[in-house]
Design a protein around this ligand. Sequence first.
Ligand code: SD4
Length: 343
Amino acid sequence: MSTRRQFLVGAGAALTGMAAAGRASGRLVPSGNPVDPLRIAGSGMDGLEKPLVVSTWNHGVPANAAAFEILSRGGRALDAVETGVRVCEADPSIRSVGYGGLPDREGHVTLDACIMDEKGHAGSVAFLQNIMHPISVARKVMEETPHVMLVGEGARRFAVESGFPEEDLLTESSREAWQQWLQKADYQPWAPQSDPSLQPAHDTISMLAIDRNGNLSGSCTTSGLAFKMHGRVGDSPIIGASLFVDNEVGGACATGVGEEVMKTVGSFLIVELMRQGMTPQAACREGVRRIVARNPKAGELQVGYLAIDRHGRTGAYAIQPGFQFAVQSKSGAELIDAAHWDF
Ligand code: SD4
């Protein structure tokens, strides 16, 4: 199996690399025997490289840079994964996360996020509106309440009481995209894969980091599927689906059609497979295989998994071509095309 990689050195080069990634075809060499995931060799970084941060899609490059700044100073993985994804939450040009996210079919931006630390503590928010940084609210749920998950109005109230400002997250360009969608109002929440003009709608950021002490944490934040039903919540705030971290084993995270990830409890599955000895790459591939095996329409959907084990070995696998993940360590920053299913 061969994997296309782009090495990005320094901030300027990172941006050049991101632009190039946007132009890339995303085509990859088919990935081998689909029935024996254990035969897939590990790929990604060679392992034992700490600290290390990985995240989904090309917007992971600047997010990783922010996270790595913390890790390289000896900081905690938890701080890194929160700080890293906040970069995307605040960026209005990223129309799938936080401020500027595409709204639901009624025009409301509703956000989902979760976070997990090295001790197995977890926090999450779902269907949160008017708060730019759901990942930080999720962390507060984890650290300052006896609960794991707050949703909707309760989550918003908790955020405001915790000092988060309320703001309108619907940007002009996302409003225009919604109004254009309304002209047909064709309800196909997974359409972005088949409609290239909506590709940016499908780009949740999930991040995993391992710090100098070998501790793991993960985060995930999204505005969810574009033009979804009001009230629809995907995998992104569900611990075990979009994200799972076990310090003794590793971590896994997801992007793509959340319904498929939830039905297979994808990230938990991948961590458990790594516990049984699979490489991160083989485990991600098996996560994809479970979806493909039970859903005859899987070829029309995208789900991408990314995993890291406690040694710092990484792996990624997607249903379709086009899924990229960003890696940063002291060796530099990379944007890598994930392997994909060979239908
Ligand atoms: C969801 N998993 O809401 C998210 C969407 C996503 O890349 O990841 N898009 O189902």
